[in-house]
Design a protein around this ligand. Structure first.
Ligand code: SAH
Ligand code: SF4
Length: 406
């Protein structure tokens, strides 16, 4: 059974569903220096900039405040001026679904911005007994067209900004009572850990390394110790293999890396992950060997989706083990999650076990990922929003006559 909640009545600690004021510039997603710059712009004296931007930083990212009036250590007058000029509200939650297994999925509406259309994006929360993982999106849709992925059937609508990437974490914290002093929801289990969200994975919609600058800024803010304070070792960026950006991801962001491998021979990977034609297996694995900071304590995760009769033979498993020799690696076998219209099926359980056995015997522990939230279409690769690319003429309010081909 699936419960689709009317969020107005959900038993959760806070609801911030008010639409973001579109006309005011947002502060969420800005660095300390950028916040200071904004404050200077509204007349905060130079000598106060450091202190004031630090205060705002802690209220916004450390406490999750969405209303300037709550910033009690900021002078009342300044609070009012801030509210006149800036926005710190959350984007709107359109729907919240809770799976029988406690997985939650939010559909979030991102408002129109810089001439871009509004767009909907999905975020998923997966509770386990000792951890809670938030799966966030980096783009609406994807330019890549991996054949087994539902997101891959949706064209790229747009990149998310740093603020929109962070808003997913902040909304999840709101709904899970995961800010200091927050109250946990009681409608489904939340892990027995200090934090409801202990881990973040960039495994939702989109290819994070095709939105590098925004992803980088968002993850540096998310891991700042005075703000959201997520450990970089508990943030994982998953890429389908954008080889030239892998080194920079390690050096400049410093989070854990996951590679969507899915095939051990170029011919098949060209088909499943078409980006392989540009960056073949050898180049991808070389980039992994050279990933800054990789070690046995900081392994790269290799994701491998189990597709019936496609990539699941014993010989594939042996080749996988051989290919990864010498790379500090974890292997994650993902049972294929079907979606409407797909031609693929998930490998049989016996086949997955035989495959996992070979991987296990090579020294990789517990490699099969349990599918979660399947009843609410929240599992890996099932995310696809209804957002569509809106032609520029529509955004300008024109009628479209004479714009054939727009
Ligand atoms: N674009 C990035 C991150 C998002 S996808 C990437 O491709 O790595 C997160 C993981 O889910 C990837 O390994 C992806 O290949 C996998 N995936 C996609 N569709 C899937 C499906 N239908 N079933 C299981 N896993 C899937
Ligand atoms: Fe895009 Fe990742 Fe899906 Fe491939 S698997 S289409 S890169 S989201």
């Amino acid at each position: 059974m699936t419960t689709a909640l009317d969020i107005a009545h959900a038993n959760a600690p806070r609801i911030d569903a008010a639409p973001q004021a579109e006309h005011l510039p947002g502060l969420v997603g800005l660095t300390r220096a950028e916040i200071a710059e904004k404050l200077a712009g509204i007349g905060v004296p130079e000598r106060q900039l450091r202190m004031r931007s630090g205060q705002l930083w802690r209220w916004i990212y450390g406490r999750g405040i969405t209303d300037f009036t709550e910033m009690t250590d900021v002078a009342k007058e300044l609070r009012a001026t801030l509210a006149e000029h800036f926005d710190i509200a959350r984007p709107q939650i359109i729907a919240e679904q809770v799976s029988v297994d406690g997985t939650r999925k939010w559909l979030i509406r991102l408002p129109a911005r810089d001439g871009q259309a509004p767009a909907d994006v999905e975020t998923v929360y997966i509770p386990e007994h000792d951890r809670g993982t938030l799966c966030i999106s980096s783009q609406v849709g994807c330019t890549l067209t991996c054949t087994f992925c539902h997101t891959g059937t949706q064209k790229l609508v747009r990149n998310l900004t740093a603020g929109e990437i962070l808003a997913q974490i902040m909304i999840a914290r709101d709904r899970l009572g995961d800010w200091p002093g927050g109250i946990r929801p009681t409608d489904a289990p939340v892990p027995d850990a200090e934090r409801a969200i202990s881990n973040v994975v960039l495994m939702g919609m989109g290819e994070p390394l095709y939105n590098f600058d925004h992803v980088k800024q968002a993850m540096l803010i998310a891991s700042d110790g005075e703000g959201l304070s997520l450990s970089k070792r508990r943030i994982t960026l998953s890429t389908s293999g954008v080889v030239p950006m892998i080194e920079r991801a390690g050096a400049e962001i410093g989070v854990m890396l996951a590679i969507s491998l899915h095939a051990v021979r170029d011919e098949l990977r060209n088909e499943l992950v078409p980006l392989n034609r540009k960056y073949p297996l050898k180049d991808l694995l070389d980039a992994c060997r050279n990933y800054p900071g990789v070690s046995n304590a900081r392994r790269i995760t290799f994701e491998y989706v189990m597709l019936k009769g496609v990539n699941d033979t014993v010989s594939d498993a042996k080749e996988l083990v051989r290919l990864l020799k010498g790379i500090p690696a974890k292997i994650n076998l993902i049972p294929f999650n079907p979606w409407p219209g797909t031609a693929y099926a998930c490998s049989d359980w016996d086949t997955i076990e035989a495959f996992a056995d070979i991987v296990n015997r090579a020294g990789y522990a517990s490699p099969v990922r349990t599918p979660r939230g399947r009843d609410i279409m929240a599992a890996c690769g099932q995310l696809k929003s209804a957002s569509e690319r809106i032609p520029a003429w529509k955004l300008r309010g024109e009628t479209g006559h004479g714009h054939a081909g727009a």
